[in-house]
Design a protein around this ligand. Structure first.
Ligand SMILES: [Zn+2]
Length: 65
């Protein structure tokens, strides 16, 4: 019988706030992390990426453990 000590995935992922992408009409980037300060500023959210690149902060937040 074997025990798996190296299971890093699972619980550690639960803190992530990645969700559906959104963007603003004027913005040059899209967001998909609800913790992003720039993303939070957007009042009139449009669904989807708007074919814009992902915001840097969202990318950083998404990589956090
Ligand atoms: Zn963002």
């Amino acid at each position: 019988m074997e025990f798996s000590f190296c299971q890093k995935e699972g619980d550690s992922m639960s803190k992530k706030a990645k969700g559906k992408p959104w963007h603003s009409k004027e913005g040059t980037e899209h967001h998909d992390n609800s913790l992003c300060t720039e993303g939070k500023k957007i009042v009139q959210r449009l669904e989807g990426t708007g074919q814009k690149p992902l915001c840097q902060e969202c990318g950083r937040l998404n990589r956090l453990p």
